[in-house]
Design a protein around this ligand. Structure first.
Ligand code: FB9
Length: 497
C-alpha cells in the first residue's frame, strides 16, 4: 500500500474540488516526488472505482543550468560589456574572460561595444553606450518567477536555441471522484487466513480482487535456448512415432563414414575444402571394418551389387581423412552397418538431431554449422509412397499439412525428393527439407539384405526455430552476438500451433 498519508490527503483534495486535481500540483504542494503521488494513485486504482485518473501530459519552460547562471549574473554579452573599463580592454585579454568568446560577438551585434583595430598595442575594445538593457537576463528572471506568459514564444525559442531554456513535458494524472468515491479507505486483505475463517472475522473485512492477469514471479534460474526447446519438440514427435534416437556425439568423422560409405565419390565437389572442414590433427582415421571397406572400395571403383560403380581409382588415403561431419547421415550409415552386422535383420526407425558443419558462404540465414534433423526407416519392401506417407505424418505434427514433392538428386539416395510446404503467410511454397531412398550401392556392401529398403529425410533445426520465434537473422539466434535476454524471455515451444 502506498503512503497512506498521501492517499488520505489526495482523497481530501479530490473531495474538496468539483473539477479535478493534478498529481503534479499535489506533489508540489506536499513537497514530495511526483512518483510518490503516482504510487498513491495506483494504490487507489487497485481498490476499485474510488477515483478516476487519466494520464495527461503538459509542457512548461525551465531554465537550464546556464540559464540560471544568466538569470543570476546577466547574459554573457552583458558580462563582457561590464568588464570593459573606460580606457577600453585589449581584445586578446577580453577573449580570455569566461564569457569572452560567447559574449563578445553578441555585444558587437547589439552595438554595445566596438573594436579599434588600429590601436597601438593591438585591437582594443571600447564601450559604445553608457548603459545597456540586458533583456536576456530580464526574460529569464520573468520565466524563473513563473510569469513565462509575458515572454512571447519567439523569444522563448530564441533562448532555447541559446541553451538557456528548455521545454519540459510533464506526465501527470488528472484525478476526479470515481463512482465509488469515499475518503475513508478500508484496508483490503490480500489473503484469506485460517484465523479469519475460524474466528469469522472475514465477514467484516474486504478483500482485494484476484488479479488473474498477474504473471508469475520471474525465477532467477537457468533458461533453455530456443533451439533446445524446438529440438525437444522434434524429439517428442519422433519418439511418439516410434523412432529411436541415434548416438550422434561425434562431431569429428572420417571421410569414409561421411562420404564413401554413402557411395559419394571421392572426387565429388562436396568433399573438397571449400565445402568441408578437414582436421589437421588427428588428420586421419585408421580403424575401419576392413571387409566392409573392401566392398566399399570395389563398389566405387568397379561397381557390383547391380551397379556399374564410378570406375575411378578409389584411394584409402582419401577415405581416412578426418573432417567435421557435414551431415548426420554419416551416423545413419554407421547405425545401418551395425544393424546389418547383427545377423538377423529387424526393421528399425532411427532419428537424430545434432550439429553438422559445412564450409559454406555465410549469410543472414546460413552459418558454417547447423543442426540437422534426420529420420530413417528400414524395412522390407518400403516404397516412395511409404516415404511420402511418413513425411505427411511427420510434418502434420509440425502443423504443416500441404506438402509437395519435387524430384531432386542426392549422391546417396535414388530417387530423391525435395519437400515443399505452402506457407500461408508468405503465400508461396517454401522448401522444408530433403528426402530419398538410400541406394543399393550404399546398403548392400553393408550387408543389408536384398529386399530391405531404407527411406530417409532431413531438415534443419534452425529454420523452424527462426520461424517459430520470429527471428530473421541467424546471428540473433546463435553465436557470440546473441542477446541472452532473448533466451531468458523466449516462450515455450509448441510446434503444432
Ligand atoms: O529445414 C529446412 N527448411 C525448413 C524446415 C522446417 C520448417 O518448419 C516450419 C515451421 C514449420 C521450415 C523450413 N530446409 C533444409 C530447407 C531450406 O531451409 C534450406 O535452405 C536449408 N537446408 C539445410 C541444408 O542447407 C545447407 C535445410 C537443411 C537441410 C537440407 C537437407 C537435409 C537436411 C537439412 C537432408 C537430408 C537427407 C536427405 C536424404 C536422406 C537423408 C537426409
Amino acid at each position: 500500500m502506498a503512503d497512506t498519508g498521501v492517499v488520505e490527503i489526495l482523497l481530501k483534495r479530490i473531495e474538496a474540488v468539483d473539477g479535478g486535481v493534478d498529481s503534479q500540483d499535489v506533489a508540489t504542494a506536499l513537497s514530495v516526488d511526483h512518483q510518490v503521488v503516482v504510487g498513491a494513485v495506483k494504490s487507489l486504482q487497485s481498490l476499485g472505482d474510488i477515483i478516476s485518473a487519466e494520464q495527461r501530459s503538459s509542457k512548461h519552460w525551465e531554465l537550464t543550468g546556464e540559464g540560471q547562471e544568466t538569470a543570476e549574473k546577466g547574459s554573457h554579452e552583458a558580462r563582457v560589456f561590464n568588464s570593459i573599463p573606460d580606457e577600453g580592454l585589449a581584445q586578446s585579454e577580453l577573449m580570455k574572460l569566461p564569457s569572452g568568446k560567447v559574449g563578445f560577438s553578441k555585444a558587437m551585434s547589439n552595438k554595445w561595444i566596438r573594436v579599434d583595430k588600429g590601436h597601438e598595442g593591438g585591437p582594443r575594445v571600447f564601450r559604445m553606450v553608457e548603459k545597456i538593457d540586458d533583456s536576456v537576463q530580464d526574460k529569464l528572471v520573468q520565466i524563473q518567477k513563473g510569469i513565462a506568459d509575458e515572454v512571447d514564444e519567439k523569444e522563448k525559442n530564441e533562448l532555447k536555441k541559446r541553451k538557456l531554456l528548455t521545454e519540459v513535458t510533464v506526465k501527470s494524472y488528472w484525478m476526479t471522484k470515481g463512482p465509488s468515491f469515499s475518503t475513508t479507505i478500508t484496508k483490503q486483505e490480500a489473503e484469506l487466513t485460517p484465523e479469519m475463517i475460524t474466528s469469522g472475522s472475514w465477514k467484516q473485512k474486504s478483500f482485494k480482487p484476484y488479479n488473474f492477469e498477474a504473471l508469475g514471479v520471474a525465477l532467477d534460474c537457468g533458461h533453455l535456448h530456443p533451439l533446445m526447446k524446438v529440438r525437444t519438440q522434434f524429439r517428442q514427435i519422433f519418439l511418439e512415432m516410434g523412432f529411436t534416437e541415434m548416438p550422434t556425439n561425434n562431431f569429428i568423422e572420417s571421410s569414409f563414414w561421411n562420404f564413401d560409405s554413402l557411395f559419394q565419390p571421392q572426387q565429388h565437389p562436396a568433399r573438397d575444402q571449400h565445402d568441408t572442414f578437414f582436421l589437421s590433427d588427428p588428420a586421419i582415421s585408421r580403424d575401419f571394418p576392413l571387409e566392409y571397406l573392401e566392398k566399399v572400395k570395389k563398389v566405387h571403383s568397379e561397381g557390383g551389387f547391380g551397379s556399374q560403380g564410378y570406375k575411378y581409382d578409389w584411394k584409402i588415403e582419401e577415405a581416412q581423412k578426418n573432417i567435421l561431419r557435414t551431415h548426420t547421415t554419416a551416423v545413419s550409415a554407421r547405425m545401418l552397418y551395425k544393424l546389418a552386422q547383427q545377423g538377423k535383420f529387424t526393421p528399425v526407425k532411427y532419428f537424430s538431431i545434432d550439429r553438422v558443419f559445412r564450409n559454406e558462404t555465410l549469410d543472414a540465414t546460413h552459418l558454417a554449422e547447423f543442426h540437422q534433423i534426420e529420420g530413417v526407416v528400414a524395412d522390407y519392401g518400403l516404397t516412395l509412397g511409404d516415404l511420402m506417407g511418413i513425411l505427411h505424418q511427420f510434418f502434420t505434427k509440425l502443423g504443416i499439412t500441404k506438402l509437395r514433392f519435387k524430384p531432386a538428386f542426392n549422391p546417396y539416395t535414388e530417387p530423391s525428393m525435395e519437400i515443399f510446404s505452402y506457407h500461408e503467410g508468405l503465400k508461396k511454397w517454401v522448401e522444408v527439407g530433403n528426402s530419398g531412398v538410400f541406394r543399393p550401392e550404399m546398403l548392400l556392401p553393408m550387408g543389408i539384405p536384398e529386399g530391405v529398403s531404407v527411406i530417409a529425410w532431413g531438415l534443419s533445426l534452425e529454420r523452424p526455430t527462426m520461424i517459430k520465434y520470429g527471428i530473421n537473422n541467424i546471428r540473433e539466434l546463435v553465436g557470440h552476438k546473441v542477446n541472452l535476454q532473448m533466451v531468458y524471455d523466449s516462450p515455450i515451444c509448441r510446434l503444432d500451433s
